[in-house]
Design a protein around this ligand. Structure first.
Ligand SMILES: [Cu+2]
Length: 218
């Protein structure tokens, strides 16, 4: 009799299963970065397939044209085909943040520049706004993006340039030395250029916006 109520306690972990999928996305790199740290207690509720640190936020979507897109948009199906999958995992580690981007179904053996942007995706690529910057470039303004390497760099922004394999799959991982408090990015944009510019006056530039996924970063 005394044991009657105890069997259901494990149900408390059910909500954690929602984040388990995102954790698997982040685990794709297999870097094992958390090997020296004790696993959070919450991981006990995650099925044995969990192999990496749990992602604290993220999103997953299938590219669709704007008129049918919900989370993941393609603005150029020739270069970012409809049906391609985009996955983003966001994981805070103390004072730094790891962001992982995984794609499948893009063009094979091609580079794509990608970054975190400040607003959610919308009907056109412009909707995502400029790049998220931890320290905001005071010289930037609407229609005049930051191109100063002192601000437009992969320590102050989140750059996820990747190169696909022969099947169109690929991924990138960024670890940046900041977390999100009052401000956070809201999307990842995939650009036409194969890599992001770094020279003065071109830093952060990567050409037309091909695709976008709206991502909660916290
Ligand atoms: Cu960008």
């Amino acid at each position: 009799m005394g044991t009657f109520g105890r069997g259901s306690r494990g149900l408390r972990g059910g909500r954690l299963l929602l984040v388990a999928g995102a954790a698997l996305l982040a685990a794709g790199c297999g870097s094992g970065s958390g090997s020296g740290q004790a696993a959070p207690a919450a991981s006990a509720a995650v099925p044995a397939a969990s192999t990496g640190t749990p992602a604290t936020a993220g999103a997953e979507g299938v590219l669709a044209p704007p008129e049918r897109a919900g989370t993941a948009f393609t603005y150029n199906p020739a270069l970012a085909p409809e049906g391609a999958t985009i996955k983003v995992g966001v994981d805070a580690h103390g004072s730094s943040t790891e962001v992982r981007l995984d794609v499948d179904g893009l063009l094979p053996s091609r580079g794509y520049a990608a970054h975190a942007h400040v607003t959610p995706c919308g009907p056109t690529g412009d909707a995502a706004g400029p790049h998220f910057q931890n320290q905001v470039d005071p010289a930037a303004a609407p229609g005049k993006p930051s191109t100063d390497p002192a601000y437009a760099n992969p320590q102050n922004e989140i750059w996820l340039d990747l190169r696909t394999d022969g099947t169109g799959a690929g991924g990138a991982r960024a670890e940046v030395p900041f977390t999100f408090t009052d401000r956070a990015p809201a999307s990842i944009v995939i650009h036409e250029a194969e890599t992001t510019g770094t020279a003065p006056g071109q830093a952060g530039s990567a050409g037309a916006r091909l695709a976008c996924i709206t991502v909660p970063f916290r």
